[in-house]
Design a protein around this ligand. Sequence first.
Ligand code: NAD
Ligand code: UDP
Ligand code: UDP
Length: 316
Amino acid sequence: MTHLNILVTGGAGFLGSHLCTRLIEQEHEVVCVDNFFSGSKQNVAHLIGHPRFELIRHDIVRPLFIEADQIYNLACPASPKAYQFNPIKTIKTSTVGMVNVLGLAKRCGARVLHTSTSEVYGDPDIHPQTEDYWGNVNPIGPRSCYDEGKRVAESLCMNYHLAHKLEVRIVRIFNTYGPRMHPDDGRVVSNFIMQALRGESLTLYGDGEQTRSFCYVDDLIDGFLAMMNQDEETGPVNLGNPVENSMKELADAVLKITGSKSGTTHLPLPEDDPKQRCPDISKARRILGWEPKVDLQAGLTETIKYYQGQIQKGEL
Ligand code: NAD
Ligand code: UDP
Ligand code: UDP
């Protein structure tokens, strides 16, 4: 494979750190740009000092002038707790930030893979969701800074593609988990694992019957690489695990693997919490030959090992 100059925005976050690691393993030159809002240097500590890795503190809402052959745009807080901390900033990152990334790509002739989200489908009326479903999003609800920002970002990508022949690749990511997920970002997998390891009761919101589909991070990164390195499809393409689990089933799985004696406590369901979410990944299967390989049991076991290691090191 040719060795490329690759820019990863949001590279010090959960997904970005795994992506940077994989790109370095493939012998590319990697520039990781991050403002460290929801990511950390710790996430890429293992890459610092590597001759082909560079870490730049930068906010993509400001213009950036560097050279790149490929750009993975991941910069954007992803958990509701993080993206609702400063909703206007979240919108700026997905809009002004996206324009800057596309402007940079246009100047360099770089291909851009943009990480969109299943949240563009909102609280969907159809299950599972295919890419041609337009979504059911509340434009003024508490999730709108994220959902609507991501919808504008997709539109910007398509319009730069149409107006400037820019090569864009849009992936819509469904719930993904794994090592280096922020332990207290309020997302369900990290919440349940940390609660189980601390012997606290697992907080089930609502009746726990709402479903999500959980993709292990290594599978998702395979999907990113396959999408970026094919020449036919602009997207959007759904990437996620089509196996659906209720939150109650997830809680039971975490309790079983950790051997924790913690029980569960029911708390109110947050506003605008989708009842069901599951990707239709036929398009990814057809175009990329991609599908997840790691099942929930194996992925949770790896993730729990990571958190146990962090606790032992005194990092958590
Ligand atoms: P994360 O919060 O761990 O990573 C995002 C990174 O972007 C962080 O390191 C953060 O500091 C950085 N960032 C935020 N705003 C920035 C800005 N203005 N300038 C520069 N850096 C900035 O989240 P993640 O789970 O790794 O998500 C990565 C991308 O994937 C996000 O765009 C997110 O919307 C998308 N996504 C993730 C999931 C998931 O389940 N993890 C699902 C759907 C979409
Ligand atoms: N931009 C950037 N780096 C570059 C090129 C452009 O950050 O290498 C930013 C710049 O702020 C610009 C935006 O991207 O405003 C959009 O660029 P584009 O060329 O599409 O539009 P214009 O320069 O006409 O606004
Ligand atoms: N959830 C839960 N307990 C928690 C955190 C979340 O039951 O401690 C539920 C939440 O209500 C939602 C699901 O788990 O139905 C997934 O929530 P998360 O915030 O992880 O992701 P998203 O809602 O963005 O899919």
